[in-house]
Design a protein around this ligand. Sequence first.
Ligand code: ATP
Ligand code: MG
Ligand code: MG
Length: 571
Amino acid sequence: DATAGSNFLRGIIEADLASGKHASRTTVNGTPLPPVVTRFPPEPNGYLHIGHAKSICLNFGLARDYGGRCTMRFDDTNPTKEEQEYVDGILDAVKWLGFDWKDQSGEHLYFASDYFPQMYHMAEYLIQSGHAYVDSQSAEQMAANRGSFSEPGKNSPYRDRPAQESLDLFRRMKAGEFKDGEHIVRVKIDMASPNMNLRDPAIYRIRHAHHHRTGDEWCIYPMYDYAHPIEDAIEHVTHSVCTLEFQDHRPFYDWLLERLTEGGFFKRPLPYQYEFARLNVTYVITSKRKLRQLVEENIVDGWDDPRMPTIVGIRRRGFTPESLQLFCDRTGTTKSDGWTDYGMLEAAVRDDLDPKAPRATAVLRPLRLVIDNFPEGLSEECSAPVHPHHPERGHRHFPITKELWIEEEDFTETPPKGYFRLYPGNKVRLRYGYVVECTGCDKDEHGRVIAVHCNYFADSRSGTPGADNYKVKGNIHWVSASHALEAEVRLYDRLFTDPQPDAGGKDFKLALNPKSKEVITAYLEQGMRAALPDEKFQFERHGYFVADRVDSTPGKPVFNRVVTLKDSWGK
Ligand code: ATP
Ligand code: MG
Ligand code: MG
């Protein structure tokens, strides 16, 4: 794709492949390992969002492009926030996006909690070899002794306790003899390091909590910074890709894997961490806490509301997996933070759907058009291509009759300059039908236009030789009033009016777009009755629409607007 954004990780991987850095690796059983192994490591504590989609496309995409493997790993080391429901939702989202954790060598679906026994043994090793100790300071003392960015920290009074004593305490921590917070295991690095992450980081804490997979087997749990490099090394990851805020964690990542390699737990080459700038999209918030607030305060209709940036929401909105992959490729992968315009997301789904989506006619703001000289009761069949660039996809058929629905905005009594649609005395083409000339309109007692009148030219029908004799500038869509399918259509728009709704501590609820959802009753071409849930269409002149995957039923579709045809925002 010529529009693909740059991705610095490709350069790194290509150089590593060229130098053979990860070539000829095998597992302990002698099974060959691919030269590129990445991973997607979500915490199963919520619904995935567009930012996670970026990480999925990046990690699985790199593995696919370089003949490698991407492991699907649940980073479930924090027992209190995690649930099976989220595990299922995440697997669903990854599959829907078009990726798979299976390869010739099998399934690569892992849970960090399965490594708890190994992680525990490694921690015992670190204690025994003098690299870690049990600290018995209170949380307050520990915080006070940590120092600050400008001030070095102070060694814990427990730092030099004998290894045997630490080991004994650690085993008793595991046995459940202590309460939460009574002791903690820390590694011994440098309390004066300018990098706070190296000031004797904690690796194990006591947490009497039920874990969604290991139950009550453990009451001590590894810290994220300890668990993550170990998970990567166990899974033979070569390129561990994470967001920029983890840059300062990398020295500990490397330190830990070096110590554990000295201890014989791992073999070189070791995994290496690379950081990239997280995806920020304008008009979108991705903080889980704030998204939860939108759901709990009923500002949106659930996690899968088509306005939500969750993958379930984006999917229900009618985005395709291909459009998200295209978007993620186009945004590129860099090391400098920035904002991606929401318009890029919309452009990606337009570009993906344009060549695929069958066309259909929908009148969203109906106004009655009466063809006065059209015979009462006559119904003539018109046809239009399913797709203008794919004649092989055939034609759709719909009748023209005396009374039609047209768009309210396709008629005016007083045309502004450049208006080529219906006004008294003007001719337009009824798309795929006849040329008509407007003769006037009917109004109700408030002066509102309730019907438009016209006459048609019987020799002007589209596709017949006579059609060429009529040169008209306006070309409007319509549906037969007696044949149209009445359907609920939900016109969705951006959820916020502010491009950075929660930047700088702003109250994002003040930036809600009051017009982000409008529900209307529209008149559709009758063939739309057969639309299947999740089927996408281009409603001509309007945009792309999808039959809602939850509320559509056979014969009674409900449509969501995915995106308009053109970007009209702020214009
Ligand atoms: P959140 O802050 O929304 O809770 P998280 O980082 O805590 O997200 P994880 O489950 O840890 O959620 O994320 C899984 C992976 O997705 C991580 O590797 C993380 O770096 C990546 N990720 C999350 N948000 C983004 C983003 N906006 N852009 C790119 N990658 C992201
Ligand atoms: Mg999180
Ligand atoms: Mg995280």
